[in-house]
Design a protein around this ligand. Structure first.
Ligand code: HPA
Length: 261
């Protein structure tokens, strides 16, 4: 896979961005693009969720060589952990050292309104795969790079974008949570809830990459309000804030360029 992709691109990316639901058009901003559909890479998995197209876009943002992955793999699609984290191991082999992972997530706190961009400063594994004990919040630079967080904070300030910071709780899905589950996640210290990102953060942290997660809070999680929750709303709120999200991502990546080699 690495050999094939390297034969098609001129510049090796240093920064990779994984796009979540409804954020697919960020890749339009990449300059000097080479797009490679996942389907062209022998052995690479294919993504099937609405709002994901399944391709890499290689190129530059500012002077930073990047790769943007639009379309990702979730456990609820039937993929195992190996497959879900394959993109991260692939990036590592391409010599990427900064990884920005985005997602859509439900807000577990009333003060975090739909449309908020939340940078991750911790995560919770609420899948109960490794243990049946209640999880603790995992924090620390290995999984939530303070350098990248600083870059993102500065980019948000420069762009006049209000952001939040908090803990992302990972659930398996595919159904949204019950109000009781959300109450528990709230109690455990979760601020947002979603079905992705934590496996990739773990894999990238273990490989020594710098990682930053950013959630677009698309809805209040179950039971926070009486509104029913739909995938259509998730996509439409993600689309509504995609301009803001794009500016935050661009600013963050461009500030990586010079001194975070
Ligand atoms: N729960 C889980 N995943 C999600 C949600 C949610 O409320 N919103 C977007 N992705």
């Amino acid at each position: 896979m690495v050999e094939y992709v390297n034969s098609l691109i001129d510049v090796s990316p240093r920064t990779a961005v994984v796009l979540g639901s409804g954020l697919g058009h960020f890749s339009e901003y990449v300059e000097n693009q080479t797009s490679i559909p996942y389907a062209h890479i022998a052995g690479y998995p294919l993504s099937g969720v609405e709002g994901h197209s399944g391709e890499f876009v290689f190129g530059e943002l500012g002077s930073e060589p990047v790769v943007v992955a639009s379309g990702r793999f979730h456990m609820y699609e039937g993929y195992d952990l190996e497959t879900v984290t394959l993109p991260v191991r692939f990036f590592h082999q391409l010599k990427v050292n900064n990884l920005i992972i985005t997602n859509s997530a439900g807000s577990v706190r009333r003060r975090l309104e739909p449309g908020t961009l939340m940078m991750l400063n911790g995560h919770l594994d609420c899948t109960f795969r490794e243990s049946s004990k209640m999880p603790d919040v995992v924090r620390g630079g290995e999984y939530h790079s303070s350098e990248l967080l600083d870059r993102a904070r500065a980019a948000a300030r420069a762009e006049g974008i209000e952001t939040a910071e908090g803990v992302y709780a990972w659930t398996l899905g595919p159904s949204y949570e019950t109000p009781a589950e959300i109450e528990k996640i709230h109690e455990l210290g979760g601020d947002a809830v979603g079905m992705s990102t934590v496996p990739e953060i773990r894999a990238a942290g273990k490989l020594g990459m710098r990682v930053l997660g950013i959630s677009c809070l698309t809805n209040y999680a179950a039971g926070i309000t009486d509104e029913p929750l739909t995938h259509e709303d998730v996509i439409s709120v993600a689309n509504r804030v995609s301009d803001k999200f794009t500016r935050l991502l661009k600013g963050t990546i461009e500030s990586i360029s010079s001194d975070l080699a």
